[in-house]
Design a protein around this ligand. Structure first.
Ligand code: MN
Ligand code: MN
Ligand code: MN
Length: 276
């Protein structure tokens, strides 16, 4: 099995890179990509933990991009984390993310949560705080019954603490990934609830700037979704990726490496990688 999408506590996951390696070994994975949101900070630790095991590590990242009025996630697989252009993009995203987090913190003060940004930062263990961290604080302070409830009432699009983020463009992200030697993949393409027309438009724009794959299987993909995405790969001549999007027990329903199998009609993105 292969898992090309997961998170450590360097973004919004719960586990350390070393704990992810242990889970990957339990699941008997051959390939594991760590794809933290807008950061490659966990990769060195992941490599160190996987040294001497049968596990092959793929350097990954999940970059949030702004496309039309949507937030889309682009996976970069096989990137060189020390590439200068990629580093610059990551720095830019970091500034945008901290800025957004501070604004969310300000708004949450108006609903009675003091120092929400500082609390979320303490919870995350780093300053690149995301909405799931704020959701956890809202739950902790009794403002929401659970994470989903916190998004529904406060953090989701159109709610009081929703701060639209203007991430870098699709073009910039895909180019950055490609220049850094990686392959760009649209993460969980059906999660954005785009119309069919819009989704086709996104895929065309993505291909135009050098994108090469769709994540056909994600943690919560249904067989019907997998079928739809398989057909899209065929139609647009794209490679297929597969990953659990594991964030940790309690946050993810599907464990590391436990996602559905890739449909046989797909061309796996890892087909040309060495050692498969
Ligand atoms: Mn996440
Ligand atoms: Mn995502
Ligand atoms: Mn993810």
């Amino acid at each position: 099995m292969i898992d090309l999408h997961c998170h450590s506590y360097y973004s919004d996951g719960l586990l350390s890179p070393a704990e992810l390696v242990a889970r990957a070994q339990d699941a008997e994975l051959t390939f594991l990509a760590l794809t933290d949101h807008d950061t490659v900070d966990g990769l060195a630790e992941l490599h160190a933990a996987a040294a001497g095991t049968a596990l092959t590590i793929i350097n990954g990242i999940e970059i949030s991009v702004h496309w039309k009025k949507y937030d889309i996630h682009i996976l970069g697989l096989g990137v060189d984390p020390s590439n200068q252009l990629l580093e610059k993009l990551i720095q830019q995203q970091k500034t945008l993310r901290i800025d957004r987090a501070q604004r969310i913190g300000e708004i949450l003060k108006t609903v009675g949560i003091q120092d929400a940004y500082e609390k979320a930062r303490a919870l995350a263990g780093h300053e690149r705080v995301g909405r799931p961290h704020f959701a956890a604080i809202l739950v902790q302070e009794g403002k929401a019954p659970d994470i989903q409830g916190a998004f529904k009432r406060y953090l989701g699009r159109g709610k009081i603490a929703y701060v639209p983020s203007v991430w870098i463009s699709l073009k910039k992200a895909v180019e950055g990934i490609t220049v850094a030697g990686g392959q760009a993949v649209i993460a969980h393409p059906l999660k954005y609830k785009l119309t069919r027309t819009k989704l086709h438009e996104l895929i065309k724009d993505f291909k135009m700037v050098g994108g090469c794959g769709l994540e056909v299987i994600s943690g919560e993909t249904t067989s019907a979704d997998a079928q739809t995405l398989t057909l899209l790969c065929k139609k647009f001549d794209l490679l297929a990726s597969s990953g659990s999007d594991y964030h940790g027990t309690g946050l993810s329903r599907v464990g590391l490496g436990r996602q559905m199998k890739l449909p046989e009609q797909c061309m796996p993105i890892w087909q040309m990688w060495n050692g498969v």
